[in-house]
Structure formats: structure tokens, C-alpha cells
Design a protein around this ligand. Structure first.
Ligand code: SF4
Length: 361
């Protein structure tokens, strides 16, 4: 089984916190899709296994016309695909469009809501409103989507615990099958980080951020969601198959500017530059930058990704279990399952990056 990722790097405008590669040069969408189709046609030959999951991510895939979504999916081939996810911006959702992309084969939506508070959405530079977000979910349901994920952010500037609790209640009332939730990160060089450095923002402190995360986990668990990855929650049976395959080391091809591929043991990627990508593909050059992972690299990836999941990971015998792991277990940050897998506890999730670093070889 294999996955297929398609990167659509266009955004109508840049969110203030975002440090992902994306471009606002929307008039170049047509040329970009033509290049994508060429890359897909060539690169899918590299896969010897059926494509079980397809993910259209960005950027903002919903800035493309539905006919382009159709052309992309038809070129990949959807016969074996069990899950075809597309990220959409609530500001782009309308019933006709949602019905069309569903007819193209998209059977799972990931809607970038982030917050149900208009002033917070504005503060972080999102282009949609709370009411558009709610309507987007309702329209998606009306269009027949029964596998909907929404993204929510916490620790937004000046966000109080009560506002966060209210956001979670609205999300639960929407009846979505999956929630991904991330604390706001102040990435270097972003417009939001500059505002923070200039003292223009009321930044949420670490204790409140941890309390927001704990509340999220507790409330969603009570509502029947499975906490299957550090930032991901799903009703039973609705865990993201595509993302789970990243965490399990399943092979995947990624096409488009900035997209990564993994055909074990080789990881490869296109440069994050839309114009250079189009130029290169038009010249018939599909070569990517590459690295071959060593056993050690693969082990470390397994730790990095596995420890983020509820399944946890197996440790190499070379890790000092007694000292490193033993201390973490004694402090209630890790636990050991009967089969030897190591899993992060709720308390451990707060300092997961530090634990991961310690367990790498
Ligand atoms: S829509 Fe997504 S990719 Fe585009 S700027 Fe905002 S966060 Fe970044």
C-alpha cells in the first residue's frame, strides 16, 4: 500500500503566523496544474504498490477549480484509493463546489477553521470568519461528506481558557468526525512573531497553553474521540489513514513544489519554489533532491513519529533503558506496555520533544 500527496502552494493571502512555503500568485494556477499532471504521470511509475490514500494539501487546494481537482485525481488514478482528503479554506466553501469535488472522488475534507472567534481569526490573519467556518461544515455535510476533519488552534494571542472551551463546544456541536489541534507557534521571521517581539500581542503563557491542551484531550475523550496522535483526535474508525501511513513508514510519493516523497530508504523532495518547479517540469526535468536514510536515521524517525502516537514505539537495545527511560517512567512521563512499546503519558506529551531527543541514537 502507498500514499500520494499533491501540494497546492497557492494562498489568497498569507496568514500572519505561517512559515510554510506558499505563494499568492494565483494567476499561475493553470500552468502549475499542467506541470503537476506531468509530474504525476511520470512519478507514479515509481510505485509498485496500489495507491490507498491521496491527500491534496497546501497552501490552499480549494483555490483550484473543481475541474482541476478532477484532472489531478484522474491522472493519479483513484481505483484503489480508500481515502481521498482535500484541505479547504472555509472562505472558499460553497455547496456547488463541495458537491463537485465530492463527485471527483474526494471523500474526506480537512477544513482549516482554527478558531470560532472573529477577532482572533483577524489577529492571526485568517481570511475567513467564524460564521463562514460553521457554514463550511454544514455545507460539507449537506454535500454528503461524512468524514470531516477540522483544524483548531489554541494559545492564540489574548485567548482565554473560557474562549478555548467555547471553541471546543462549538466544534463538538458540529458533529465532525476528526479534530486536529495545534498550539500556536511563533516561528522565526513571521509577521506574527515580529508583532510579538514589538510587544503588540498578549502572549499566552506556557502553563495556560498546557492547561488548554489538557482540557482539549479530556473534553474530546469524554465526547468519544480517540486521541490517536499528539495533535489528532478521531471518532472510532475515522483516524486519518493518510497521516497514519506517514507515522508508520508507509511509502508515499509527493508531487508539486516543496513536496516530499519517501520510498524507503530514500527520502526525496522538490524545491519550495513554484516558478522554478514549473520551469523544471516543462523542461522534462523531474529529478529531486535526495537522501538515503541509514538504519540509524530510520530508527530515529520511528522514535520521532511513533512516540507522537498512542501506539508508541519500540526502543533500540542501545538506548540506556534503565537510566533514560527508567527516569521518565518513574516521573510518570512515559509508560511501558506489556509488549515493550514505550508510550508517552499525558504529562509526557507536554515535553515530548525533549523526551524524543533523549531517546534518539
Ligand atoms: S492558508 Fe495555510 S498555507 Fe496559506 S498562509 Fe495560511 S496557514 Fe499558510
Amino acid at each position: 500500500m502507498a500514499g500520494f500527496y499533491v501540494h497546492i502552494p497557492f494562498c489568497k493571502r498569507r496568514c500572519l503566523y505561517c512559515d510554510f512555503y506558499s505563494t499568492i500568485l494565483l494567476p499561475r494556477r493553470g500552468e502549475y496544474v499542467d506541470a503537476l499532471l506531468q509530474e504525476i504521470t511520470e512519478r507514479k511509475k515509481e510505485l509498485n504498490e496500489p495507491i490507498k490514500t491521496i491527500y491534496l494539501g497546501g497552501g490552499t487546494p480549494s483555490v483550484l477549480d473543481s475541474i482541476d481537482i478532477f484532472r489531478i485525481l484522474r491522472t493519479i488514478g483513484t481505483d484503489d484509493a480508500k481515502e481521498i482528503t482535500m484541505e479547504i479554506n472555509p472562505g472558499d466553501a460553497d455547496l456547488k463546489y463541495l458537491r463537485e469535488i465530492r463527485q471527483c472522488g474526494v471523500n474526506r475534507l480537512s477544513i482549516g477553521i482554527q478558531s470560532f472567534k472573529d477577532d482572533l481569526l483577524q489577529l492571526i490573519g485568517r481570511r475567513h470568519s467564524a460564521i463562514q467556518a460553521i457554514n463550511a461544515v454544514h455545507m460539507a455535510q449537506e454535500a454528503g461528506f461524512d468524514n470531516i476533519s477540522i483544524d483548531l488552534m489554541y494559545a492564540l494571542p489574548s485567548q482565554k481558557m473560557s474562549l478555548w472551551e467555547a471553541d471546543i463546544e462549538i466544534a463538538l456541536r458540529l458533529g465532525v468526525q476528526h479534530i486536529s489541534s495545534y498550539g500556536l507557534m511563533y516561528e522565526e521571521g513571521t509577521a506574527l512573531t515580529k508583532k510579538k517581539e514589538q510587544g503588540e500581542l498578549e502572549v499566552v503563557d506556557e502553563d495556560t497553553e498546557n492547561a488548554m491542551y489538557d482540557y482539549l484531550c479530556k473534553r474530546l475523550k469524554k465526547a468519544g474521540y480517540v486521541h490517536y496522535e499528539v495533535s489528532n483526535f478521531a471518532l472510532p474508525g475515522y483516524e486519518s489513514k493518510h497521516n497514519s501511513s506517514y507515522w508508520n513508514g508507509t511509502p508515499y510519493i509527493g508531487v508539486g513544489a516543496g513536496a516530499h516523497s519517501y520510498l524507503p530508504p530514500v527520502r526525496s523532495w522538490n524545491k519550495s519554489d513554484m516558478s522554478a518547479y514549473i520551469k523544471k517540469v516543462n523542461k522534462g526535468i523531474l529529478q529531486q533532491d535526495k537522501e538515503t536514510l541509514t538504519e540509524k536515521d530510520m530508527y530515529n524517525e520511528q522514535i520521532m513519529l511513533g512516540l507522537r502516537t498512542a501506539k508508541g514505539c519500540m526502543l533500540s537495545p542501545s538506548v540506556d533503558r534503565r537510566l533514560t527511560v527508567g527516569n521518565y517512567i518513574q516521573s510518570g512521563l512515559l509508560r511501558e506496555e506489556e509488549d515493550g512499546r514505550i508510550v508517552a503519558t499525558q504529562k509526557g506529551l507536554h515535553i515530548l520533544n525533549r523526551i524524543i531527543e533523549d531517546l534518539m541514537i
